[in-house]
Design a protein around this ligand. Structure first.
Ligand SMILES: NC(=O)c1ccc[n+]([C@@H]2O[C@H](COP(=O)([O-])OP(=O)(O)OC[C@H]3O[C@@H](n4cnc5c(N)ncnc54)[C@H](O)[C@@H]3O)[C@@H](O)[C@H]2O)c1
Length: 386
């Protein structure tokens, strides 16, 4: 079996999710090429060593530039905050590595454009932006039903991506709340996923109109151990800092095909944990997906006899559903981590075939254009062409 060496940069939330995927993918799927978990990189050697030992990374390194420079590394996996994506991805492409990058691709449109230009100069290199929700079997089924014409002409996308981890005013100012590290608030963090799903399922977006809000403008600074999301702890002695990203963004869009869409995102929605939700309405039927019930897809069809019409809930766990043949018998559900495994499988297959994966850096650029246009629209209070 051919193998390829992976270097991962970052070892917290996404570092774990990706490590799990790199280690398990070959046990469930035939990828043609097997990834080898060669080196893990982070700034704190003790915590990094513990991480590497737990997940099976062979070596550790505290300087990402040394990982990228290694001749024996074939794939760079980027699991760090957005402000580091550009430098690492650019260096990796220049060094001839395939790049598996977390979302959003970059801090802004300019960075994303430069990455695309560089990627285009290396024809054989695969570049991927990790919008893992595309690789949920229920989302793939939604795509299949749309492509088969079962929904007909699409009129509406109604999306929401809601969480609740910063409702507490004592939650600290982690990197996600700082514009110089995250680029954007939930518009970049969460709406990037929704925009990716909408582009995948409905098509291109041509204009946006957006409103943003801030509810808490100052927060206590985080301690060293704080992760970006969910489990920040405060360093009370260090004082307070300003929140420099939006807390919520509500965006309306026009799709090129004439459909209208709405995207609501906020991290101030108590009870909504990872509520990545969409409804699609068309001339022949409708679809509803909620990631918190990710093994299910709701489907309403106007082609059913009137007396039997109603939303049906499809359990997306049959062998003929995307990716499921690699897993368990019908009804034996899968979870969040499986999407990451599917992404690794498709990434390795893309390397093997030489055919570019999607979403790739070009999708990442388009998303940055749409999301940035949204923030401009909110600032100038007008509809903005993308
Ligand atoms: N696909 C998804 O669903 C999803 C979910 C969460 C986060 N993300 C994305 O993943 C990325 C990482 O987010 P996270 O939640 O894992 O953050 P995190 O705060 O949990 O982890 C960040 C990691 O980056 C490391 N790091 C920071 N600066 C570094 C440097 N200079 N050199 C090496 N390592 C450095 C930290 O030590 C830590 O290991 C972000 O781009 C985020 O948007 C994606």
């Amino acid at each position: 079996m051919k193998t390829m060496n992976v270097g991962i940069i970052g070892y917290k939330f996404m570092g774990k999710a990706h490590s799990n995927a790199w280690s398990k993918a070959h046990q469930f799927f035939d990828m043609g090429i097997e990834p080898v978990m060669k080196v893990a990189c982070g700034r704190h050697p003790d915590a990094l060593k513990e991480f590497a030992d737990n997940w099976g990374w062979e070596e550790i390194e505290t300087d990402w530039r040394k990982v990228v420079a290694r001749a024996d590394i074939d794939i760079i996996d980027i699991c760090v905050p957005q402000y580091l994506h550009f430098d690492i991805a650019m260096a990796a492409l220049k060094a001839g590595k395939h790049v598996f990058c977390e979302k959003p691709l970059a801090m802004n449109v300019e960075e994303a454009r430069l990455l695309c230009e560089e990627a285009d100069m290396h024809a054989g290199l695969i570049h991927y932006v990790n919008h893992n929700y595309r690789r949920c079997p229920a989302v793939m089924l939604a795509k299949q039903l749309i492509d088969e014409g079962k929904i007909g002409r699409i009129f509406h996308w109604r999306g929401a991506y809601l969480q609740d981890w910063i409702v507490d005013p004592n939650f600290p100012l982690t990197w996600h709340l700082q514009a110089d590290k995250a680029g954007m608030g939930p518009q970049g963090d969460l709406n990037s996923h929704s925009v990716d799903l909408a582009r995948f399922l409905i098509g291109e977006i041509e204009s946006v109109s957006c409103m943003t809000a801030n509810f808490i403008t100052e927060r206590v600074l985080p301690d060293e151990a704080a992760s970006g999301t969910f489990n920040g702890t405060a360093d009370v002695a260090a004082g307070k800092g300003k929140v420099t990203v939006e807390d919520a963004a509500f965006m309306h869009v026009r799709f090129v095909n004439g459909a209208l869409g709405s995207f609501e995102t906020s991290r101030f929605a108590p009870g909504r944990k990872n509520y990545n939700y969409f409804e699609i309405y068309g001339s022949k039927g409708s679809l509803v997906f909620n990631f918190e019930r990710m093994n299910e897809l709701q489907f309403f069809s106007l082609e059913d006899p009137t007396y039997a019409q109603g939303f049906r809930t499809i359990m997306v766990t049959e062998g003929e559903h995307a990716y499921i043949s690699g897993w368990w018998p019908p009804g034996h559900i899968i979870g969040y981590e499986h999407e990451f495994i599917h992404a690794v499988v498709d990434f390795m297959k893309a390397i093997g075939s030489g055919a570019q994966i999607s979403p790739n850096f070009h999708d990442g650029l388009r998303e940055m254009e749409i999301l940035s246009a949204g923030l401009l629209s909110a600032k100038e209070r007008r509809e903005v062409k993308v």
